[in-house]
Write a protein that binds this ligand. Structure first.
Ligand code: ATP
Ligand code: MG
Length: 160
């Protein structure tokens, strides 16, 4: 499944639709964001947060902080993490990975592919790549299992 986004706003809108579906249907979820520096992972995270009823301005780039935790309007949590600076997976355990994998957490990880073995296989992976124009991005979503595949199907229907 893939989309072409032509602006940061469009990326946010696509992500917000996904966030709304997540809020409507799930108590928690795991998702990784993959793409080079400046691809738009944090822009996507802000949109997803918005869909979960969180002020997108509260979502910062956690590159210097491992993770930030934000309450959603349904009473669960968004944990926005960034594995860019992690060198050893044991750092994740110390930082509270077990807690982020609780069933009521929407876990969104930038650079999550750096330690895939630390995350459940049944997750959605979003890949963001540059397009032909400066503000163009190709957004691809892949499911790693049955549950994440269900979610992607539903998202595609709402964001064709
Ligand atoms: N279509 C688009 N979608 C998303 N961002 C875009 C788009 N077009 C331009 N941009 C710009 O690209 C930049 C993306 O920055 P962002 O911080 O989201 O990247 P990132 O992938 O999180 O990088 P990092 O790996 O450093 O965390 C922003 O300045 C944004 O305005
Ligand atoms: Mg970022």
């Amino acid at each position: 499944m893939s989309w072409i986004s032509r602006s940061p706003d469009e990326t946010r809108r696509i992500a917000a639709t996904l966030g709304e579906r997540l809020l409507a249907e799930r108590g928690g979820f795991v998702m990784t964001l993959v793409g080079e520096l400046g691809a738009g992972k944090t822009v996507f995270a802000k949109g997803l947060a918005e869909g979960l009823g969180i002020d997108p301005d509260a979502v910062s780039s956690p590159t210097f902080v491992l993770a930030q935790e934000l309450p959603t309007k349904s009473g669960s949590r968004l944990v926005h993490a960034d594995f860019y600076r992690i060198e050893d997976p044991r750092e994740l355990e110390t930082a509270g990975l077990d807690d982020w994998l609780e069933s009521d957490v929407f876990l969104l990880v930038e650079w999550g592919e750096r330690f895939p073995e630390m995350l459940p296989a049944d997750r959605v992976q979003i890949r963001i790549e540059p397009g032909d124009a400066p503000e163009e991005r190709r957004i691809q979503a892949e499911a790693g299992g049955v549950d994440s595949n269900d979610l992607l199907e539903d998202w595609r229907k709402r964001c064709p």
